[in-house]
Design a protein around this ligand. Sequence first.
Ligand code: T4K
Length: 419
Amino acid sequence: MVKKTINNLAILGGPPLFTRPRHVGQPNIGDRGKLIARINNILDASWLTNNGACVQQFEREIAELAGAKHCIATCNGTMALEVAIRVLGMQGEVLLPSFTFVATAHALQLQGIVPVFCDIEPDTCCIDPLQIEKMITPRTSGIIGVDLWGNVCNVDALADIARCYGLKLLFDSAHSFGCSWNGNMVGSFGDAAIFSFHATKFVNAFEGGAVVTNSDATAAKLRQMINFGFAGIDNVESVGTNAKMCEASAAMGLTSLESLDEFISINRRNYMRYKSNLADISGLQLVPCNEKEKHNYQYVPVRNKRALTGMPRDDLVKVLWKENVFVRRYFYPGCHRMEPYRSLYPGAGSVLPETQRLSDEIICFPTGQSVSLEDVDQICGVLRLLVENAETISEVLPREAQVDVTQHAVRAPLQLIVK
Ligand code: T4K
């Protein structure tokens, strides 16, 4: 264990805190033996995709856990969004938060639908229902609420607005599988909801996603849409695409589900440890979870209040990356400040003050199976050191050798770009 002082910070030439990088989104791996057995069964059955036995079982389990009548598994969360938007008949303009992963906006833009970016509530960091009504126009056809980091949108308020204006309501619940709102599981709200089971999600299927809905008609359309519009052999009834989940993904998904409770309890344990460690570090505010609800605790989002910490957010990120702590700025800079949206809708930021504030403050910290309580203590120890010595550290940080935090450090540390 490296005892950190200002003088041996890795950014100043000291050894990194960890030799093995700690990543946000490092996959949780369930029982390998069971996964391999499932893969062997798939190979023995010679049925690798197209609604195989594992996919069917995965769909049943997800529907049950989400409290939804139907689950349609997909190859990833982005395709789940695309087909759900299409099947729900969204068109013209759709309201969504800018503070989301860019896939939410792209799934609209790709289909010629204008994403209209709405601001977020300061407490939940989800789309602000009070702002939505101001932005509805005759061209608005729907709302996409994003359950950010597992914090669920104000479902009732969104449903009221959707009902009042005749809008479709879709939830991007990529982050909130296993979470609840008012005691009801995410997946049972609105016209439909989507999940992501990407490798970085606490339940993963390598790549994977799903649409859940309580509507028989929507489910039937989705089933066709994900499989080229086929209604039976040689019988195509509608335009469709290929968004099917394959058997290997479903095998991984089923294996992950078997460890669901264990993954949540590890995430919760780590979240609570960050919470107690950060409680006395001035200016680093852990975004609260509603602990009365079910939560998956798969993200550890922290706001850096620069006036209190004395450290710019990106300086904290640079120092941590050099320590092999690959925190992420989810979601900087907000979709409206990314292309093509920045050029297409240059005025969008004028109504997004909360989004801009949060995206300039946010840091998400590593958690999950690969992060121990000792890791959390050590990461927070570095944070304490940085904040308590912010002035000195800012003076000695090598400005000419900054880590470029715009580059991914996927296979870090090799790809860490130092200018
Ligand atoms: N809606 C929302 C709100 C979403 O957050 C997402 C996806 C979607 C929709 C779309 O769902 P999918 O189509 O992806 O199923 C990552 C994920 O790729 C993405 O799924 C996720 N959200 C987003 C928040 O995070 P990037 O661009 O940040 O990925 P990348 O390659 O930088 O990796 C993230 C971190 O995970 C790194 O620190 C490295 C680590 N990692 C990653 C992989 C793949 C590992 O340690 N092992 C791995 O195998 O998007």
